[in-house]
Design a protein around this ligand. Structure first.
Ligand SMILES: [Zn+2]
Length: 299
């Protein structure tokens, strides 16, 4: 088939998919009455053709496995029976059942949650549900469970909504991922833990756009609120982040997640749809919820 015919076929396919009823990916055109409104994923059939999910998943799996292997070797992979790892996994376990509303594929994801010993203020969720937290974000921000859920929800939301998929696809198809993996191994033969984590981060965490940030903030708090975590933690979290930032401490997560000043304002303006989800998960009503309590003081 020549290129023109191929293009026509692709467009026709898109047309069919667009016109198809709600079953496609389980969410086309679906409008929900509660929480943050679910939008269809971007791209549809054209995206699947240009950026096959299998290739992306394979690259993410390779990179995550390499990260864990190297971290283990360096002694910075926190043990499975560590209370902080258990804490993270318990929070993830509550959030995960609420993810499929946003991406039906998440049902098949092989979720993983790990903790790396590093003073970086950072966390991520790679495609396919591969999550990592750095001890720096938990310790320096003294995150409560609700606030960890806000971070985790945000990171999971990026993966669910396939943010940066076009950029990831480009890296995968041009072989960039493979060569970056090589660079990763050599970087890790060094000793610097911070360097280790930075290299890992650059592999797949492309800088998210402000639109993607806005969506991740809301989708993340939607799923954490359904899981029984207070969405007001989102406000506390970004306030803590801003305070630490002002103290001059490096905050790695901000370089890939450009939220800007109106992030808190946006979260606040959606509390009317987020708080009812939280209240429902606690079998109560919004007006009966106690005021939000954080541990406030920063180190
Ligand atoms: Zn983000």
């Amino acid at each position: 088939m020549n290129k023109f015919k191929q293009a026509v076929a692709v467009l026709a396919l898109c047309g069919i998919v667009q016109a198809a009823p709600a079953q496609d990916r389980g969410q086309k055109g679906q409008v929900v009455q509660d929480g943050i409104a679910v939008k269809p994923l971007k791209g549809g059939a054209l995206r699947d053709l240009l950026a096959p999910e299998g290739a992306m998943d394979q690259a993410a799996d390779q990179q995550y496995t390499a990260l864990l292997g190297q971290a283990r070797q360096k002694g910075v992979l926190v043990a499975e029976n560590d209370p902080q790892v258990r804490r993270l996994r318990a929070i993830a376990e509550r959030i995960i059942p609420h993810t499929t509303r946003w991406n039906q594929d998440a049902q098949q994801w092989k979720w993983q949650v790990n903790l790396l010993k590093s003073d970086q203020v950072n966390a991520f969720c790679m495609p396919g549900g591969r999550i990592a937290f750095f001890t720096g974000i938990i310790d320096k921000l003294r995150l409560t469970d609700d606030e960890i859920a806000a971070v985790m929800g945000h990171e999971i939301a990026h993966a669910l909504r396939e943010h940066g998929r076009d950029r990831q696809a480009k890296a995968t198809t041009t072989g960039l991922a493979t060569s970056a993996l090589g660079a990763l191994f050599s970087a890790w033969s060094g000793y610097d833990v911070r360097g280790l984590a930075n290299t890992a981060g650059q592999l797949y965490v492309l800088k998210f756009s402000r639109d993607e940030e806005r969506e991740a903030d809301l989708v993340g708090l939607d799923i954490s609120a359904r899981a029984g975590y207070d969405p007001r933690a989102g406000i506390a979290l970004w306030n803590k982040m801003a305070a630490l930032n002002q103290s001059g401490a490096p905050i790695d997560i901000l370089s890939t997640h450009p939220g800007g000043a109106n992030r808190i304002q946006q979260i606040q303006s959606h509390m009317n749809v987020l708080l009812p989800l939280y209240a429902r998960s606690k079998n109560t009503s919004v007006d009966r919820l106690p005021p939000y309590r954080s541990n406030v003081a920063l180190r």
